[in-house]
Design a protein around this ligand. Structure first.
Ligand code: FE2
Length: 317
């Protein structure tokens, strides 16, 4: 008969957690910094419009305003303030003609034209018709419009003229929130950095060389700061995007690709986003300096027809 002798404690160590590899950049959870307005911003009540928030930091529906004619100065002041605070404004059932839509946008500044997009009823109106046989562009990637320009659009006004039975939403992300939540070491790495933007990566998937070559002199590659400052609110904004940012200046390809992949992924964070389900005649008016957007492409083969006008912007700094 064998009597088991107790194992000495030194031979039976406390269990330890096994090693498990965490992929680089693979963990991104925890409390977010969710600041909707600059820290020195004084919030005031709205007296001429009704502002109905649709998200924590971004997106508000505006009610009780008539967009069909010139805005009274007091109404314009409040709409502009809401635009800066909420970054994208929604107007249900506005149902503007293309001329009214352009006139509404022009109250914020001159409009720009875009030779890469299908034209609507005038040069100022770009048409996105996903039911036509024309070459469709897709916008189902997080992006900022026209950052390949030296002066990218400051904002855009989009109206849905025909909506699919289900789907076709658009999402926006607040790039001030994206910047606020970067780790300090990443902020230090991109502080003062610039990146090159080019229209070719975003459009070569849709158009052949014969369409792109004549435009490349008009749109040479441009450099923008990786972190731009909002010219009106003073907020710092992460300003690189999947469609047009090709590389960060002064980094080798591998380092630039890895850092860009990390930075553009910040727009994917749900706490920074708002999602809008369109009805015919609805309008969205977004600050193209402060946001990225993504047009969800989940309605094929149904038609989705949208028209957009874009307000010229200034040089990012
Ligand atoms: Fe876009």
């Amino acid at each position: 008969m064998t009597i088991a002798t107790p194992t000495p404690a030194s031979e039976n160590p406390a269990p330890t957690l096994r090693e498990a590899r965490v992929p680089e950049g693979g963990m991104f959870e925890g409390r977010r910094v969710l600041r909707r307005v600059p820290e020195d911003w004084t919030e005031r009540p709205y007296e001429h419009i009704t502002v109905v928030p649709q998200g924590r930091v971004i997106g508000a529906e505006i009610r009780d305003v008539d967009l069909t004619g010139p805005l009274a100065p007091a109404v314009f002041e409040e709409l502009n303030r809401a635009f800066l605070e909420w970054k994208v404004l929604f107007f249900r059932g506005a149902d503007l003609t293309p001329e009214q839509q352009a006139a509404f946008a022009k109250q914020w500044g001159p409009l720009e034209t875009n030779p890469l997009l299908a034209r609507g009823s005038s040069d100022e109106v770009a048409r996105f018709d996903k039911g036509s046989s024309a070459v469709p562009t897709f916008e189902n990637v997080w992006h900022v419009d026209v950052t390949f320009r030296e002066r990218p659009a400051m904002g855009a006004v989009l109206q849905l003229r025909e909506v699919p039975p289900v789907g076709g939403d658009t999402m926006w992300a607040d790039m001030a929130a994206a910047y606020d939540n970067l780790p300090d070491e990443v902020k230090a790495r991109i502080d003062g950095a610039t990146a090159v933007h080019d229209f070719i990566p975003g459009f070569r998937r849709f158009y052949g060389d014969e369409k792109l070559i004549p435009l490349q002199d008009e749109f040479p590659p441009v450099e923008h700061p990786v972190v731009r400052t909002h010219p009106e609110t003073g907020r710092k904004l992460l300003f690189v995007n999947t469609s047009f940012t090709t590389h960060i200046v002064g980094m080798d390809r591998e380092e630039s690709d890895r850092l860009l992949a990390y930075l553009v992924r910040q727009a994917h964070t749900p706490e920074f986003q708002v999602r809008f389900s369109w009805r015919q005649g609805d309008i969205a008016f977004w600050d193209n300096r402060a946001t990225q957007h993504y047009a969800v492409d989940d309605y094929f083969p149904h038609r989705r027809l949208a028209e957009r006008v874009a307000i010229a912007g200034d040089r990012p700094f």
